[in-house]
Design a protein around this ligand. Structure first.
Ligand code: GLV
Length: 368
């Protein structure tokens, strides 16, 4: 490699940074755990870096691309979601950006399932009871009961990679599954899951026959005991199937009063004021959230209302926060490894320099 590539990382992504240094890259890492101010990102980009490593906390738009005109060659995002990157602007400036799809699929889906279980079985409230020495007796139904997951019906909203992985986990728990996707339907996958459900009954592994099917959104909301959200954040005008505030007063009112909502996708898919109201007024039984309209969750968020504390679980955007998923150098296992490989592919001109052939580049359409 003749040229020394200069890279700025807005966050320490772990040992994968050393992979770049070993290749002779000049890498500067923003040292604080918080996101850098946008002005600093612009300053670094203006200084002539070749590559920028970003997290979902960094707003990357025309201002940043303009600062990198003639020098910035790639933005490598360590996340599958990229709603913080303005795709139209990236395309206009002809800057490829990469993401870390696939490697966090199972980790995110299992976390969504664990959130669902913890919410339904009231584990947080139950542990508080034990820790605060309020556990006075074993009793058939006091001080409260939870709801079983096994045998219930779940609606999977969004059947991309993570939605499909969630379906797999739910099928393992003998759940019935309603699928909804605003943009695309994977009927082959659904048929394969139905086949495995049927096989479990045929081989005596499951007693009850379970089912899975695609349905319209309203049917999914009206029939489900659990609703798990797995759509990307798409704002109005970005596509014909926006997901911004897909869960609002109107849609929350369509859910059963005994139903639970789980969101591990993006915060703005759920209108938080509407959700807090739904929980306060008991239109639905509970919610577990890992993502928020504003992150970190503001101190004055209505979701922190003590009146709904027992039925509202709040996690700190943690679904992909598992060791191998976050840190592995292997681009087939870790977000950091994939992020760095995406950056290398562009800067070192892998795939004969053809951006449209690079597997981790998102905005290929700008280079055809
Ligand atoms: C996490 O939220 C991600 O998009 O990777």
């Amino acid at each position: 490699m003749s040229k020394t590539f200069r890279v700025f990382a807005t966050c320490d992504i772990g040992p994968s940074i050393d992979l770049l240094r070993k290749r002779g890259y000049d890498v500067e890492v923003y040292p604080q755990p918080e996101a850098p101010p946008k002005s600093l990102i612009i300053q670094k980009v203006k200084s002539g870096i070749d590559g920028l490593i970003t997290t979902l906390r960094d707003p990357i738009d025309a201002e940043v691309f303009e600062a990198g005109k003639g020098s910035l060659k790639v933005v490598a995002q360590i996340a599958v979601g990229f709603d913080n990157i303005n795709r139209a602007d990236a395309n206009r400036y002809q800057i490829p950006f990469t993401n870390t799809a696939e490697v966090l699929t199972e980790a995110t889906a299992e976390f969504a399932f664990f959130m669902l279980g913890a919410l339904a079985r009231r584990m947080w409230t139950a542990e508080h009871l034990t820790r605060e020495n309020q556990w006075g007796y074993w009793h058939p139904y006091l001080p409260f009961l939870g709801n079983e997951v096994t045998g219930k019906t779940i609606a999977i909203i969004g059947t991309g990679r993570i939605g499909l992985a969630m379906i797999k986990k739910c099928a393992g728990f003998d759940m019935n599954i309603l699928c909804y996707d605003p943009a695309y339907q994977n009927k082959e996958f659904v048929t394969a899951i139905q086949d495995t459900m049927d096989l479990r009954v045929a081989r005596g592994i499951s007693k009850e026959k379970n089912w899975i099917k695609y349905v319209p959104l309203n049917d999914a909301l009206a029939q489900a005991d659990f609703v798990s959200v797995h759509v990307p954040l798409i704002r109005e005008g970005e596509s014909s199937t926006p997901t911004y505030h897909l869960f609002n007063e109107q849609s929350l009112r369509k859910m059963k009063s005994s139903a639970f909502l789980v969101n591990t996708s993006r915060g703005p898919v759920v209108d938080e004021n509407a959700l807090a109201k739904a929980l306060r007024e008991k239109w639905i039984a509970g919610a577990a959230l890992d993502v928020y309209e504003k992150e970190p969750l503001p101190a004055n968020s209505p979701l922190r209302d003590p009146a709904i504390e027992d039925r509202c679980r709040l996690l700190p955007h943690f679904a992909s926060a598992a060791e191998i998923t976050r840190l592995s150098n292997d681009p087939n296992k870790g977000m950091a490894g994939r992020c760095v490989q995406g950056l290398i592919d562009v800067l070192e001109g892998n795939y004969e320099g053809d951006v449209t052939k690079m597997p981790y580049v998102v905005n290929k359409e700008a280079f055809v």
